[in-house]
Design a protein around this ligand. Structure first.
Ligand SMILES: Cc1ncc(COP(=O)(O)O)c(C=O)c1O
Length: 362
């Protein structure tokens, strides 16, 4: 049984990767939005009474950020993915989806009724075979992947995925939720880093994580934007977020641009944590990012370890199956630029102390 609780202690389970959630400049931007907006509520969906010029401006900024022609704001990343995939895909099409894609991608695919091929995580050979097998399909073929995977913290092989898409006449959709603000030039994501934004059918950036706000933006062509305004049910049939929130997102987008020092610090924290975990024999995956999975391997052991670390002052959460495949139950350690090296060292001391009590180890 899952229960809700507020976090206490050193936060190692937050998606506030750049530490902006407590930034006074974001609070000021919200105040500005409150003063500027005549009404405090959107009052309707964007297609009815809920549109406001501030959303147009924000979307133009996001298109420039992502390197695409246009962008469309959704109320959450979950709404963006379900709206996008269920609108674009249908029976007769084929989607190729990484086995570790987020629940919002899975649900969007389910809603669409598309024929789906779930390829083993990052397995390019499997994917190439499957794409070859479906190359005569008359409908569209679409690869969908996260850029930084939310639970494992590893990177999708984006270059190769774009190449496969080009070779087999497929489109590609990339969810940058955990890369937005953190990876790529000025935090513009991994697709922008590769200069491939124009090649993607859609790039999804969330505003709820490093941007410390709410909502998400689907970036792509003007045609895609127009199509989504007319077909994405989570856009059409949902009240828009209040206009003042657009001020906060806009400020966050500006703030992340020069935060190279924070991005570097975050990378150093991640490297330190992984090195220390590995040197003590823990399995924390083969890759490096600000999301560090501490693999435990059973729900009970993951819960016990989480509880023991919480008692020592660290806010950590067990991620259990079925949220992750059985046998890969873990603590998902997500770091933020507000942490210090000594937080990491104190955390490691606690992990070792708890392990010495034989609560859990690998
Ligand atoms: C990869 C990915 N996509 C989408 C979402 C949903 O974003 P939001 O929390 O804004 O609904 C998440 C949330 O954790 C995610 O990890």
């Amino acid at each position: 049984m899952r229960e809700l609780s507020t976090i206490q202690g050193v936060n190692l389970c937050s998606n506030d990767y750049l530490g902006l959630s407590t930034d006074p400049r974001l609070k000021e931007s919200l105040q500005e939005g409150l003063e500027y907006s005549e009404r405090i509520s959107a009052t309707g969906s964007r297609l009815l009474s809920g549109h406001h010029a501030v959303w147009d401006e924000l979307e133009a900024r996001f298109a420039a950020f992502a390197g695409t022609e246009a962008a469309l704001f959704f109320n959450s990343g979950f709404a963006a993915n379900t709206g996008l995939l269920s609108a674009l895909l249908g029976p007769g099409d084929v989607v190729f989806s990484d086995a570790l894609n987020h629940a919002s991608i899975i649900d969007g695919i389910r809603l669409s009724g598309v024929h789906k091929v779930i390829y083993p995580h990052g397995d390019l050979n499997f994917l190439a075979d499957a794409m070859r097998g479906h190359s005569q399909t008359s409908g569209s073929r679409v690869i969908v992947t996260e850029s930084i995977f939310s639970m494992d913290g590893d990177r999708a092989p984006l270059n190769e995925l774009f190449q496969l898409a080009a070779r087999y006449g497929a489109e590609i959709i990339v969810d940058e939720a955990h890369a937005t603000g953190v990876c790529g030039p000025h935090g513009r994501g991994l697709v922008a880093e590769l200069g491939l934004a124009q090649e993607a059918l859609a790039v999804v950036h969330t505003c709820s994580k490093a941007l410390a706000s709410a909502g998400a933006v689907i970036c792509g062509s003007k045609t895609l934007k127009q199509f989504l305004i007319n077909h994405a049910r989570s856009f059409i049939f949902s009240t828009a977020l209040p206009p003042y929130l657009a001020f906060q997102v806009r400020a966050a987008l500006q703030l992340i641009n020069p935060m190279e020092a924070e991005r570097d610090h975050l990378a150093s924290l991640s490297t330190r944590l992984r090195e220390r975990l590995r040197s003590e024999g823990f399995d924390c995956g083969a890759r490096d990012s600000h999301i560090v999975p501490l693999m435990i391997g059973s729900n009970a052991a993951a819960l016990d370890l989480a509880m023991a670390l919480q008692e020592r002052g660290f806010a950590v959460r067990a991620i259990r199956s079925p949220s992750v495949p059985p046998g890969t139950e873990r603590l998902r350690l997500s770091l933020t630029a507000r942490l210090t090296m000594s937080d990491i060292d104190r955390f490691m001391d606690s992990v070792l102390a708890v392990s010495a009590l034989d609560i859990s180890h690998g």
